[in-house]
Design a protein around this ligand. Structure first.
Ligand code: NAD
Ligand code: IPM
Ligand code: MN
Length: 362
């Protein structure tokens, strides 16, 4: 049987709780499709700090380097927020992982499942019939990574500095990802920028227009980010692929997630050139519900499905997971974040949702 080496990084908060369900689903997939997932657990984030003294221990980096893919939970929480910024879980582990492995393309598919239209924050008239938006977020550049960065000076003279830079090659490669994805679906790309204010956006728009010439079958439009935030809640069905720089994509993808009912539903794939990738829910460690076993594991499980598709070439297995999720939602299974207290709904905890998805896979 074929073997895939997976670095499993549960992290903090609800990370380990939802990861347990994703790895159970992978075990079932392994049996069903006669492949072996050799999962190696590693500490990351607060768990890295607490157990090995560092948010991103070298052992964790080595395990990731020795793997076909990384399955990532989430990191961060109040316990580590008073550490120096660069040592905290987010800036000390998650961002470096993205940079080290060249994970420049973050795919965040916000799809509304038919039986969840009631859980969306939008009115039935607006989301009825569902929608399917793919946010493509540049993940290793922009204001998250550009230099100079930091706090300089003393006392009231301190200045906080962040810089937003994009090079032509950085814009080109993420634009290709967006157009290639659009080709396989609704054939529309909406590029988001703030070209009325930001120089990095002026260049972004120029380069996107240039690359678009190679994809005459795909329709390109442009939107300022503030308008895009508004248009997403006004009429999400107008969008197919949304192409964003790093921070705009961070913000708009949380917004898109809520339209589908809950942040706990939104998976993501962070891809490098080639088949390596890191698969992570778009949401965080959810300190407000951590430790209670009630988090929604669907984002983590759908992230594992994206891993099967993009890093393992197991498209059929990935589709089977997507279908199983749709089935359990149709059957009325709801974690608290998507529970509407309507007839036919069954309120379940994290593990029971995992059980239901596994049962639907069988
Ligand atoms: P969050 O995404 O953790 O939580 C926002 C809200 O969404 C909370 O009410 C939470 O309960 C809910 N939520 C998120 N995932 C859920 C799930 N699976 N099931 C049910 N409800 C869910 O964002 P936050 O509160 O702004 O941040 C908390 C911590 O997580 C911070 O330390 C932040 O930096 C970190 N964070 C990490 C990642 C990551 O590791 N990829 C992503 C986002 C935030
Ligand atoms: C995400 C998160 C991260 C980001 C944080 C935790 C660094 O919000 O993956 O969306 O901003 O990229
Ligand atoms: Mn985010």
């Amino acid at each position: 049987a074929k073997t895939f080496k997976i670095a499993v990084l549960p992290g903090d908060g609800i990370g380990p709780e939802v990861m347990a369900e994703a790895t159970r689903v992978l075990d079932v997939i392994g049996q069903k499709y006669n492949v072996t997932f050799e999962g190696t657990f590693a500490n990351v984030g607060g768990a890295g700090i607490d157990n090995e003294g560092k948010a991103l221990p070298q052992t964790t980096i080595d395990i990731c380097k020795d793997s076909d893919a990384i399955l990532f939970g989430s990191v961060g929480g109040p316990k580590w927020e008073s550490l120096p910024p660069d040592e905290q879980p987010e800036r000390g582990a998650l961002l470096p992982l993205r940079k080290i492995f060249g994970l420049y393309a973050n795919l965040r598919p916000a799809i509304i499942f038919p039986s969840l239209t009631g859980a969306s924050s939008l009115k039935e008239e607006v989301i009825g019939g569902g929608f399917n938006v793919l946010v493509i977020r540049e993940l290793t550049g922009g204001i998250y990574f550009s230099q100079p960065k930091g706090i300089e000076g003393e006392g009231r003279n301190r200045i906080g500095i962040d810089t937003m830079k994009y090079s032509v090659p950085e814009i080109e490669r993420i634009t290709h990802v967006a157009f290639q994805a659009a080709r396989k679906r609704g054939k529309k790309v909406c590029s988001i920028d703030k070209a009325n204010v930001l120089s990095s956006s002026v260049l972004w728009r120029e380069v996107v227009i240039d690359i678009a010439k190679q994809y005459p079958d795909v329709e390109l439009s442009h939107m300022y980010v503030d308008n895009a935030a508004m248009q997403l809640v006004k009429w999400p069905k107008q969008f197919d692929v949304i192409l964003c720089e790093n921070m705009f994509g961070d913000i708009l993808s949380d917004e898109a997630a809520m339209l589908t009912g809950s942040l706990g539903m939104l998976p993501s794939a962070s891809l490098a050139e080639g088949s390596f990738g890191m698969y992570e829910p778009s949401g965080g460690s959810a300190p407000d519900i951590a430790g209670q076993g009630i988090a929604n594991p669907i984002a983590q499980i759908l992230s594992a499905a994206m891993m099967l598709k993009f890093s393992c070439g197991m498209v059929e297995a990935a589709d089977a997971i997507d279908t199983a999720v749709e089935t359990v939602l149709d059957q009325g299974y709801r974690t608290r974040d998507i529970f509407q207290n309507k007839s036919g709904e069954k309120l379940v905890n994290t593990k029971e949702m995992g059980d239901a998805i596994i049962a639907a896979l069988a």
